[in-house]
Each structure stands twice: as structure tokens, then as C-alpha cells.
Design a protein around this ligand. Structure first.
Ligand code: ZN
Ligand code: ZN
Length: 886
């Protein structure tokens, strides 16, 4: 360690941050072990995508977690923050596919699954460290020895166990179902991975001939190409217009296939003609109608959004080309009644924006009804709490309307579904281990399901798979369930909800007590940060420029739970200034502690002044307040409270108040007491600030006298209520108000800052005068008052004086000796003249009808306001001038 006695003259984060991070890590301060003498406090890090890059959202999310974990660690908890990364099936597979195409000119069709996985693992190893290295620059104090990956061996065991258990209980099933399919990513998407957007489109009114008649019915659709797969026409059973059609057959135009007319409650009689074409293979609602009426399912669009053989002459066309050709054919056959403009909602892939194609296919599902119930109950009864509470509505709304969860994905990168199909009989074998023979026919001709599981299936197990569930073990017993999950509101359904029902199913416990939801970081104008707008902020660049502590402080300043924050340059500036203020104040303190020896100090002998008692009382209140605010996750207020305390109370007031005592002889009791208090307060400030600004606090703390290896291991300050003293605080309040008022007058009068002045303080409240007597040294020092008269009865008022009243005390500052009267009179007269000129100018404009009638309203208003302002200012100056002339 650096043995010099004082801090460097300016704070340079680059000199400090890497040094301390490696020191903490090497000394094992981030590690947590099951320890029966301590209470555990656990956070599982939401795993960022393994191939991702650190963005400002991560910085925010991880700052909150690090604040909580450092605070709890200091409070004496065995604090575990377990880090890890997510394999992110779709995102990673897309990247590997692109790389393969660019570098090797290969597509997935050209290589085997094994060859692809080899490349994907190489990719993961090559880029997987990037995000974790970047995270470290944020100062995160997570236990890197326990780092996990959602596709590591342990997580894979957990996934298989969960799948097999759910399957054996009938909660996982395989079936034909309509899914959201991305024809570009070539995989299914869950409902929440589909983004709906209103788009202008067309409504096509198409004529279907009624069989054995020359009559037609008209059906309206936005997707005419799907008529090739129609297997019924549906009407609402209550729709009287079409009662005679029920049971009839109609003929699909162009393809001339016969279909039935059925009655179904789903049909909205108000929409279009009240007749709906039913295409079970390509629409989720139609699929359900089809189930109810046992309709045939005809797939006319394939995985790549091309028309299938069932589409007849349109086979092989892209779905949109088919639409064009079909419309042309319908027009020619005179079967198109009309085309209307029609705005409608279109589902798009959240990754690639391709329009999603609903398709029927064989997929694996989790039956949700039974799993959702206890998960809803757990939040209702408070076993898990959303912070802020309003987010439980989003949760309930989703959980109460939940549909079965399609968990198979047509990808290679991910947890392969542990199901094998016997090629010699119909048997499906779901197993933790690869089976050798078919359990029904003993055949060894088995093939594993080609698909992988939805990424969220494995991240849903994260809170306990990371502690080696399903294996019974000490860590799982000790650290689980976790205490809080910190996450953004955008993944409440994707992830939070799934962790809750999975945890309840497999561990009988909710996975966390609190879910702290934070908002987004927006740009200064309140816009979302995005690549296309180019308004993103790179947290690593900010760290390089102003340091990690400043970034952390900026991110939490003004933050309230659940709400977005704006990233403003002024905020960064303010946070940086704060760090510098703390640094400079600490330098001053250290400069005055060279002869200070904690060991030789006798606490009982110290002689506390009013200022000492005041700052100690204020400190204890802050300790109480900050601790309470942290318990409520009010990070923004924590930073505000600490900012104000350090800057205003400690630096602006306390340090100034005790300077004279610090400058006294070395061994005087006054000086020793001042040294002790300033050391004590600063040391507590550093501990209170440490969770927010870990680096600067550690650097300063190492220079301060006292025991201990690292501020990380120091105890969180504990409030001592006996030191809170309301009387002392209100006395200091009076004294500070008087000082502030005198300083204001000096400013207004432009008195030379170094000039000593005379002041008379009078009040008819005796108590106030007593307080002033107590504080007269402070007033003398801080307001530069060389002669202070404190009196109840003022016999004669000085003739020329400036006055103010505060706290029921009248402050009278005789001007003689304070300002050069003649000069001041000239200055004031000049200023008054200037005001008069400005007032005339404004009046001239306002009296000009041309201006008033033709100029924009806001300019006219501006002139009116100027006139008012100048007039008021002039009046003030005249009053001051009058007081000087008496
Ligand atoms: Zn896609
Ligand atoms: Zn078999």
C-alpha cells in the first residue's frame, strides 16, 4: 500500500479502480460460504447474454445489485451475489450462423448438428468473457468463483430433471398446435416474443359460391392466400342473416374445394360481412374453431413462408407473391367484390422484424393452469413482493390469462429436448439419461428430438439450478430462497413469472422475497436509447472518462423504483463534482490529522462544542434515514441524502466551523476534539457512501487512521439514538440562518469578501439572543464580523445600515466601514439609470400598436415581463439608495 500520508492532489479514478478491484478479488472479499453463525443474504444476477456487450441498462441493473450486496455484507450478512451468463438460444445461434456464412460460406444445411455446436461453443468461449470482464469495470462484488452459465453441466442436469418430472406428472405434453413461426429465424416464438404493430393493410371481400346454387356469400379477409387452406366458413349462431346457410356447403374460389358452414360463438357478427373463413393451419383462433368442429387442418404455407403442394398451382410461391397472383385470378374470375383499406395489427418477430406466420406443427408444451395457481397465490399472499407494488397487476394479468407454454425451439444451440422416438414403434421415451433401447419394443433404433428448449426454460430454474439443484446440498439449504431479484420491467412475464412457478413446483418455495423492478435509462430528451437513433451511452466510455463511481452515482441520482431515468450530462457533471468535493474535503481532513493518534485518545476527556454535537446528531439521523431508504429500495433518495449531508452540512458548514480549532496548538484539547470528530464523521460518511461509490471510498479510507483491511469489510454504521439532539440542531439552525443572512447582505452590497464588518443583532426573544451568544465565534468566523453586538434593547439605530430579519432576530449591519458610501451611491445611481432606460425601451415597444398586434404573442408577453422585472429592480435599487442617503 501507498505509505504517503495524504491523497494525491486530484482524484484520478483510473489510478484507483483497477487496483482496488483486483485487490478485493484476490483477497476473496467477494466470496460467500455457508456460515451458520451468520444470516445469508442472496442475490442471483440476472444472467446477461453470453455473447452480449455491456450496455447502460446492465450498468443500472448491476449498480443496484452491488449497492444492496455491499450494504448487506457490511451489515454482517453472509452476502452471496452469484453471477452468470445466459446461452440465449436465438441470439447466439443467429450470430454463429452469420459468422459461418461470412467466413466459411456455409449454412446450417451444409454441416451436421455436432459441427455446428462445435462452432457455437468456440464462439461462446471466445466472446463469453467479454461481458463478464466488462461487468467487473462496474465494480460489481459478485462471487466469481461461483460463476455459472445456463448451459453448463449443472444447469443441464437441472433442466433434464425439471423436464422429466413435469412430463411424468403430465404437465409437459407434445401436440399439434398452432405456433408463432418466424420464417426468417426458422423457429417458433412464444406469444411474448411477437411484437404487434398496427399497419395499413387491405380487407379483401371474396365471393364463395353456395353449392348447387348460383348464389354467393361474401367473406372478408386480410390474408386472402390462406383461403387455399380454408376448411370451413363460420357464422355466429345468433346471426339471423345466415340461419339458412348452416349445414350448407360452399365452394372455395379458384381451388373449388367444398367446405361446410358452421356456427361458432367466436365469430363477431359486426366484423366484415359476419362470415368468417376458417383456416385452422394458419390462425390461432381458427385453430380453436377447428378443434371445436373437428375440422381438417390443411397447411398451405411452409416453414420458409412459401406455398406448399396443398396450395395447388401456387406451390413454391412466396406468401406475398401468392397473394398477388391469387387476387389477380380472383379478379379475372369476377370473384372479388371489393378491396378496402384496413389498418390492422401484424405480429412481428422481436428479433428480426419478419412478419410472423402462424403455423400448425408438433411442439412440446408446458400445461400452465396447475402451475400458475400457486404462483398467483404466492404474490397475493406476499411471499414474493413486487417493488413498486403496482407491477403485481401486470403479473396477475398475465398469469391469470396464461396459455400453455410452447417450449420447443427449432434451433441447435440450447438444451436439447430429452425425448427419444422409437423408429420401430410409436414409443416416446423421456429420460434423464440417453436410453439404449425402446421401453416398449426393445428396439435400439432410437432418435432424439431435434429441437432445443426455449431459453427461458433454463433461466426459469436459475435461482436454484445455480445452487446445484436437484442435488441436495448445504449451499442450497443455506442461500436459497434468495432475498431479492433486481430486474427491468420488460421481462416480468418472460422471466420473473417463470422463475416463480418453476421454483414453487420444484422447491416448494418462492425463489425470492422481493422483486425490485427498475425502469429504463433514457437519453436527455427522454427518448429510448437505440442504435438507429445513435443516442446510446456506452457505460465503458463513461467509466474511462469520469470513473465508475461517478457513473454509479449518476445512474441512481433521481431514480425512483419502477420509473425510467434520463441520462443528462449535467447529472454526470454533478456526480463528478461530488466525487471531487469528497476527495478535497478528505485531503483537508488528512492534512490536519498528521499528529492524530486514535490509540492515545481518551474519548471521555473530549470537549464537544455545539458544532461537534450538531454534526454528530446530524450524522446519526442520516445513518438512520439512509438505512431505512435502502430497506425500501429508494436508491435515488439515498444518494440525495448523502449528497446533501456531505456537501452542505459536512463541507460547507462543519469544516468551516471547526477550522479555527484545528489551527490551534498541537496538543490542545480543543484541537484534539475537533480532530476526533472530523475523523469520526468522515469515516462514517465513507462507509455510508461505500455501496454507491466503492472505489473512491476505499482509497480515502485506506489513508484514514483506524483498524481494518478494507472498507468492504467494515461494519455498516449503526445509529446511536442517544447522540441525536434536537435542541442542539435547532440552536445551530438559528446560528446558521444568521450567518447566511449576513452573507447575503454582504453579497448584495458587494462587500469585499475579506473585509471584517460590524453587526448588531437584536431580538425580543431572550432565548434567541442566548443562542446567538453561544454562537458568536461561529458568526465572527463565518460571516467575517469583527465587532458583534447582541442586545435586547437597541437604544439608537445606526443611521445608514442594511437590515434583515431571520428567526425572529433583526440583523443590522452599519454601512459605515462596510462599503465606501460615495462609491456605492454612484454605483446605485448608474444602475437605476440603466433600469430606466430598459423600462422606456420596453414601454416604447408595448405602446407601438404595430408590435403589439403583429408580433407573436410570446414576444409581446416577454416584453411585458421585462418591463415588470425592471420596474421591480429599480424600486429595490431606489430603496437601497435611500437608505444610504439618510
Ligand atoms: Zn425472426
Ligand atoms: Zn419401440
Amino acid at each position: 500500500m501507498d505509505k504517503q500520508k495524504n491523497l494525491s492532489t486530484t482524484y484520478d479514478p483510473a489510478q484507483v479502480e483497477d487496483k482496488w478491484y483486483s485487490h478485493w478479488k484476490e483477497h476473496g472479499y467477494f466470496q460467500a460460504e455457508a456460515n451458520q453463525d451468520k444470516e445469508p443474504f442472496t442475490i442471483m444476477m440476472p444472467p446477461p447474454n453470453v455473447t452480449g456487450q455491456l450496455h447502460i441498462g446492465h450498468a443500472l441493473d448491476h449498480t443496484f445489485q452491488d449497492i444492496l450486496i455491499r450494504w448487506k455484507r457490511m451489515q454482517g450478512y453472509e452476502a452471496l451475489w452469484l453471477p452468470g451468463t445466459d446461452h440465449a438460444s436465438i441470439a447466439t445461434e443467429v450470430k454463429v450462423v452469420n459468422k459461418m456464412r461470412e467466413e466459411e460460406g456455409l449454412s446450417k444445411d451444409d454441416i451436421s448438428r455436432e459441427e455446428f455446436l462445435e462452432r457455437a461453443w468456440d464462439w461462446t468461449e471466445e466472446y463469453g468473457d467479454t461481458i463478464t470482464n466488462q461487468l467487473q469495470q462496474l465494480g460489481v462484488s459478485c462471487d466469481w468463483d461461483r460463476e455459472r452459465f445456463t448451459m453448463d453441466e449443472g444447469c443441464n442436469q437441472a433442466v433434464k430433471e425439471a423436464f422429466v418430472q413435469l412430463y411424468e406428472e403430465g404437465l409437459i405434453y407434445r401436440g399439434d398446435y398452432i405456433v408463432n413461426w418466424c420464417p426468417d429465424c426458422l423457429t417458433t416464438l412464444s406469444d411474448i416474443e411477437v411484437e404487434h404493430e398496427e399497419q395499413p393493410g387491405k380487407l379483401y371481400h371474396i365471393k364463395y359460391q353456395i353449392k348447387n346454387s348460383n348464389q354467393y356469400i361474401v367473406v372478408a379477409t386480410t390474408r386472402p392466400e390462406t383461403l387455399l387452406g380454408d376448411t370451413a366458413i363460420a357464422v355466429n349462431p345468433a346471426d339471423e342473416r345466415y340461419q339458412n346457410l348452416l349445414g350448407e356447403k360452399v365452394i372455395i374460389p379458384i381451388v373449388e374445394r367444398e367446405i361446410e358452414v358452421v356456427a361458432d360463438e367466436y365469430v363477431d357478427s359486426e366484423f366484415g360481412t359476419g362470415l368468417v373463413k376458417v383456416t385452422p393451419a394458419h390462425d390461432p383462433n381458427d385453430f380453436e374453431i377447428g378443434e371445436r368442429h373437428d375440422l381438417e387442418v390443411i397447411k398451405v404455407i411452409d416453414d420458409q413462408a412459401r406455398m406448399t403442394a396443398a396450395a395447388g398451382k401456387y406451390e413454391g410461391l412466396d406468401r406475398y407473391q401468392c397473394r398477388k397472383d391469387l387476387i389477380a385470378d380472383l379478379k379475372e374470375a369476377n370473384l372479388l367484390e371489393k378491396i378496402e383499406d384496413h389498418e390492422h395489427s401484424v405480429g412481428q418477430c422481436y428479433r428480426c422484424d419478419t412478419t410472423v406466420e402462424p403455423l400448425v406443427s408438433k411442439q412440446w408444451y408446458v400445461a400452465m393452469e396447475e402451475l400458475a395457481k400457486p404462483a398467483i397465490e404466492a404474490v397475493r399472499n406476499g411471499a414474493t413482493n413486487f417493488v413498486p407494488e403496482r407491477f403485481d397487476k401486470i403479473y396477475f394479468n398475465w398469469m391469470e390469462n396464461i396459455r400453455d407454454w410452447c417450449i420447443s425451439r427449432q434451433l441447435w444451440w440450447g438444451h436439447r429436448i430429452p425425448a427419444w422416438y422409437c423408429q420401430d414403434c410409436e414409443q416416446v421415451i423421456v429420460s434423464r439419461e440417453e436410453p439404449e433401447i425402446c421401453s416398449a419394443c426393445d428396439s435400439s433404433n432410437l432418435e432424439q428430438d431435434e429441437d432445443v428448449l426455449d431459453t427461458w426454460f433454463s433461466s426459469g430454474l436459475w435461482p436454484f439450478s445455480t445452487l446445484d439443484w436437484p442435488e441436495d446440498n448445504q449451499d442450497l439449504d443455506y442461500f436459497y430462497p434468495t432475498d431479492v431479484l433486481v430486474t427491468g420491467r420488460d421481462i416480468i412475464f418472460f422471466w420473473v413469472a417463470r422463475m416463480i412457478f418453476m421454483a414453487l413446483k420444484f422447491t416448494d418455495k418462492t425463489p425470492f422475497e422481493d422483486v425490485y423492478i427498475h425502469g429504463l435509462v433514457r437519453d436527455a430528451q427522454g427518448r429510448k436509447m437505440s442504435k438507429s437513433l445513435g443516442n446510446g451511452i456506452d457505460p465503458l466510455e463513461v467509466i474511462e472518462e469520469v470513473g465508475c463511481d461517478t457513473l454509479r452515482m449518476t445512474l441512481i441520482t433521481g431514480n425512483t423504483p419502477g420509473n425510467d431515468i434520463r441520462y443528462r450530462p449535467e447529472k454526470v457533471e454533478a456526480s463528478r463534482n461530488f466525487a471531487n468535493k469528497l476527495w478535497n474535503a478528505s485531503r483537508f481532513v488528512l492534512m490536519n490529522l498528521d499528529d492524530f493518534d486514535l490509540n492515545e485518545l481518551d474519548n471521555n476527556k473530549l470537549d464537544y462544542t455545539l458544532a461537534d454535537q450538531w454534526i454528530l446528531s446530524r450524522l446519526n439521523k442520516k445513518i438512520k434515514r439512509v438505512t431505512e431508504l435502502l430497506e425500501e429500495y429508494q436508491f435515488g433518495q439515498v444518494s440525495q441524502e448523502l449528497y446533501d449531508f456531505v456537501w452542505r452540512e459536512f463541507c460547507d458548514w462543519y469544516i468551516e466551523l471547526i477550522k479555527p480549532r484545528l489551527y490551534q496548538e498541537d496538543d490542545s484539547l480543543e484541537r484534539q476534539t475537533a480532530q476526533y470528530v472530523i475523523w469520526f464523521v468522515l469515516e462514517n460518511i465513507l462507509r455510508l457512501l461505500h455501496p454507491i461509490m466503492p472505489f473512491i471510498t476505499e482509497e480515502i479510507w485506506q489513508y484514514l487512521p483506524g483498524e481494518g483491511e478494507s472498507i468492504m469489510l467494515a461494519q455498516w454504521p449503526v445509529v446511536d439514538k442517544s447522540i441525536i439532539n434536537e435542541q442542539v440542531e435547532s440552536e445551530m439552525q438559528v446560528i446558521m440562518e444568521v450567518i447566511r443572512s449576513i452573507r447575503n447582505i454582504r453579497n448584495e452590497m458587494q462587500v469585499n469578501p475579506g473585509k471584517e464588518i460590524t453587526a448588531i443583532l437584536t431580538s425580543d426573544v431572550t432565548e434567541k439572543l442566548e443562542i446567538i451568544q453561544m454562537g458568536q465565534d461561529y458568526i465572527a468566523d463565518l460571516a467575517k464580523v469583527s465587532e458583534l453586538e447582541v442586545t435586547e434593547d437597541l437604544e439608537t439605530r445606526p443611521e445608514q445600515a442594511s437590515t434583515a430579519i431571520t428567526e425572529k432576530i433583526e440583523i443590522i449591519l452599519p454601512l459605515a466601514g462596510m462599503v465606501d458610501l460615495d462609491k456605492e451611491i454612484v454605483r446605485l445611481e448608474e444602475e437605476i439609470e440603466e433600469m430606466e432606460f430598459e423600462i422606456k425601451r420596453a414601454e416604447g415597444k408595448l405602446n407601438n400598436d404595430g408590435f403589439v398586434n403583429n408580433a407573436p404573442e410570446h414576444l409581446v408577453e416577454e416584453e411585458r415581463q421585462k418591463k415588470e422585472e425592471y420596474t421591480a429592480k429599480k424600486k429595490q435599487l431606489e430603496e437601497r439608495l435611500a437608505s444610504l442617503k439618510t
